[in-house]
Design a protein around this ligand. Structure first.
Ligand code: SF4
Length: 193
């Protein structure tokens, strides 16, 4: 299953590359910014987690120990915290590099793209949280969302479906990947509880 998923990721990366290229008027990530890895819950499915942890096993011992320490500290903090626990990703290095970049989940790959949600039968374009912080999209951000018309007026391709919908490639790309089952999705830390 993991090797099939690896092939699926190749198709996903190719698809997302086109999306990022099409959405260039909206994508203004600054170099070295890892804001999307600094605060969040990082929802991830069982299959993605298995793939990530397979990569973890081949990391140098010192890196593995650093990640383990991060997870231990976060779980301790989480146990004192009720409700939603937003935190730095334990796989982010102190130099703001992803330790398991090639193995990261789909949401990490798609982060930064505009996506759409159906609200009352209408497609509403949503922009990622960093746009609210002036870290991205600053020329186009106009509050909670951007209309599909305005989005199209920039001459960019359609936004993707919500990046948490792991089957958002289903119709076009999952052909040939029929055996893939993502399984349950949980906030990342919950896989370590
Ligand atoms: S897995 Fe990597 S890319 Fe994803 S949030 Fe963590 S550090 Fe960032």
């Amino acid at each position: 299953m993991l090797r099939l998923y690896e092939k699926y990721l190749e198709a996903v990366d190719e698809y997302l590359e086109k999306c990022f290229s099409g959405q260039k008027p909206f994508i203004k990530c600054s170099a070295g910014c890892a804001n999307c890895c600094e605060i969040g819950e990082y929802p991830i499915s069982r299959l993605e987690m298995e793939y990530l942890m397979e990569g973890f096993l081949s990391l140098p011992l010192s890196v593995k120990n650093e990640i383990k320490e991060n997870i231990k500290n976060l779980l301790a903090l989480k146990s004192k915290n009720e409700g939603r626990f937003l935190h730095r990703c334990p796989f982010l290095s102190s130099e703001k590099r992803c330790f398991i970049y090639e193995r990261r989940g789909v949401i990490c790959r798609a982060h930064g793209l505009a996506y759409f949600e159906e609200v009352g039968g209408q497609k509403v374009v949503k922009l990622p949280e960093c746009s609210r912080m002036g870290l991205n999209y600053s020329e186009t951000f106009d509050g909670e969302s951007v209309s599909m018309e305005r989005f199209k007026a920039f001459g960019v391709d359609s936004p993707i479906k919500h990046p948490l919908d792991l089957n958002f490639f289903e119709k076009d790309l999952l052909k040939g990947f029929a055996g893939i089952e993502f399984g349950e999705v949980r906030p990342m830390l919950e896989w370590f509880n």
